[in-house]
Design a protein around this ligand. Structure first.
Ligand code: NOJ
Ligand code: CA
Length: 568
């Protein structure tokens, strides 16, 4: 057997590796019945658009029955459809229509917690003797010192204590997210069995896989110990005790063995806290666990200082580490946006001076790495962050918690508004901008969340017929990835590692080599790579007009310029 680098890197082909995925936030995608809320028939009405764009896999955020404390991530019945979104018959029709167009459909699987309205929790709550008591995480309050206080000092990811007192029994239940999202107890075998049965029920319906919500949180540190608290906080962020805790892979193994492994489906886990060093344990093909994970390390680059611009060197370090860690062994999930983070053009691009160029350069940068690229609805038309004028403009439970906690701490309203506006999840949840008509073509009624006021300028209809628009560019990017197996399976190698403006890399397989060059800053840049021959005839894609040029190893790049060349 040859041991050339290319053969070491060669992957088994799989439909989900060739695929381009598109994430739908159903509440905001398309409203079909004029109640201001997106729904399943609305998605059906836009399937032709997704097919036109070149999408292969559609991931829909939760559509299950839910009281909507966290917009569907609080499931009250896993096997029913949220009434606002439609019926199970609508869902069946959606699945059939997606398949008829040669696309696939994956659902969001929320296994870490349920809604407090889920029948399991309702029953669990009835008494400490309930047969389902152990399906959730119930504990007595602390008896030492502050009698009646929560069992430990953990802070909820959404702010405030991670425990809620149940007055009737005097015990507390754990909720890593909102108080209305009690955590399931993964140490309880009958609970796990019930989840597996539900998962198989959906797989038997013929769906094509799942995105696994918060899956790195399903195991908690045994004994639920206090987090060290040197600053004497009321509650302490305690990620090391509930995220990627030892033993989580055992839970994952059982889940995969009992469900996914028996079907031709794809799985992508939301895996906060998992780093490249352990990535192979999660998605290494020999491990037979998940197919991909969404890692959080590039998001941390931004959240560490949301007011700073893009750290190009840091980004190269993070993405490079993931490309290297999984080369030849497992598969990456590539993404810049989702429903939990602000819009990428606003975060790392320049929505005012270089809207088109920065949207397309960022797209080029992440889309052509090794892995399956995900597009979040609206990203493909360069949707930007919105403007929040008051607390009433927010819907998100996280944002509302922040307002309550910061007000209680005595912060002034304007400061809270400015801070929450910086990181709010609602930025990416404003309705999809379909056209310049009323409510951006999303709904005939007032939408559940205000439409971004820039919709008359940024919308699908304004871009769909223009191959040079952001949307037209995404479509060409998708087509290019499909036409060039090297861009799917080829080896990744970073170029110009020390450059602080340019992110450039090659993808190569056998004799085929493609170079991706992006200037990710608002300043001109110069790319040079001795020995590389960039020839004009080899230009596969560019986000601005490139004048004919002689073969060269050096090119001047305009702000946010992106080019893709075939080289030899
Ligand atoms: C991650 C989801 O993406 C987010 O929207 C949700 O609030 C939490 N998990 C809790 O389910
Ligand atoms: Ca509706």
């Amino acid at each position: 057997m040859s041991t050339s680098p290319d053969s070491v890197q060669r992957f088994r082909h799989a439909w989900w590796k060739d695929a381009v995925a598109y994430q739908i936030y159903p509440r905001s995608f398309m409203d079909s019945n004029g109640d201001g809320i997106g729904d399943i028939p609305g998605i059906l009405a836009r399937l032709d658009y997704l097919q036109w764009l070149g999408v292969d896999v559609i991931w829909i955020c939760p559509i299950y029955r839910s009281p909507n404390d966290d917009n569907g991530y609080d499931v009250s019945d896993y096997q029913a459809i949220m009434a606002e979104f439609g019926t199970m018959a609508d869902f069946d029709r959606l699945l059939a229509e997606v398949h008829r167009r040669g696309m696939r459909l994956i659902l969001d699987l929320v296994l870490n917690h349920t809604s407090d309205e889920h029948a399991w929790f309702v029953e669990s709550r009835t008494s400490p003797e309930s047969p389902k008591r152990d399906w959730y995480i119930w504990r007595d309050g602390k008896t030492d010192g502050k009698a009646g206080g929560p069992p430990n000092n953990w802070e909820s990811i959404f702010g405030g204590p991670a425990w809620e007192l149940d007055e009737a029994s005097g015990q507390y239940f754990l909720h890593l997210f909102s108080r209305r999202q009690p955590d399931l107890n993964w140490e309880c075998a009958p609970m796990r069995e019930a989840l597996y049965g539900m998962v198989r029920w959906w797989l038997d319906k013929g769906i094509d896989g799942f995105r696994l919500d918060a899956v790195s949180h399903i195991r908690k540190a045994p004994g639920l110990p206090d987090m060290p608290n040197p600053r004497g906080l009321a509650q302490v962020p305690c990620f090391p005790l509930h995220m990627n805790v030892d033993g989580v892979l055992g839970h994952l193994d059982e889940l995969c063995r009992r469900t996914f492994r028996h079907y031709d489906v794809m799985t992508v886990g939301e895996a906060n806290g998992v780093g490249p060093a352990e990535a192979v344990e999660w998605v290494g093909e020999s491990r037979r666990r998940l197919d991909m994970i969404f890692q959080f390390e590039h998001l941390a680059l931004w959240s560490a200082n949301p007011r700073a611009g893009l750290d190009v060197a840091g980004l190269k370090r993070v993405f490079g580490a993931w490309q290297k860690a999984l080369a030849g062994q497992g598969w990456n999930a590539l993404f810049l946006e989702n429903h939990d983070i602000p819009r990428i053009v606003s975060k790392w691009g320049d929505p005012v001076h270089h809207w088109h160029a920065s949207a397309t350069a960022l797209a080029t940068m992440y889309f052509l790495m090794q892995g399956t690229p995900y597009i979040y609805q609206g990203q493909e038309i360069g949707m930007t962050n919105t403007v929040f004028e008051s607390v009433d403009d927010f819907n998100d439970v996280w944002a509302k918690n922040q307002f309550a906690l910061r007000r209680a701490a005595g912060d002034d309203e304007a400061t809270i508004l400015a801070d929450v506006s910086l990181t709010a999840r609602d930025h990416s949840r404003t309705p999809m901008q379909w056209d310049a008509g009323v409510n951006a073509g999303f709904s005939t009624a007032t939408p559940w969340l205000k439409v971004n006021p820039n919709y008359p300028r940024i919308n699908v209809a304004a871009q769909q017929d223009d191959p040079d628009s952001v949307l037209g560019y995404y479509r060409r990017l998708i087509a290019l990835r499909k036409a060039e197996p090297t861009l799917v399976y080829g080896r990744y190698a970073l170029l110009a590692p020390a450059d602080t403006q340019i992110y450039a890399y090659t993808r190569s397989e056998g004799d085929s080599r493609i170079v991706v060059i992006t200037n990710l800053t608002a300043r001109p840049a110069c790319f040079t790579q001795p020995g590389l021959s960039l020839c004009h005839a080899g230009l596969l894609l560019a986000n601005r007009t490139v004048a004919a040029h002689a073969d060269t190893d050096t090119i001047a790049l305009a702000p946010y310029e992106a080019r893709v060349y075939r080289t030899s």
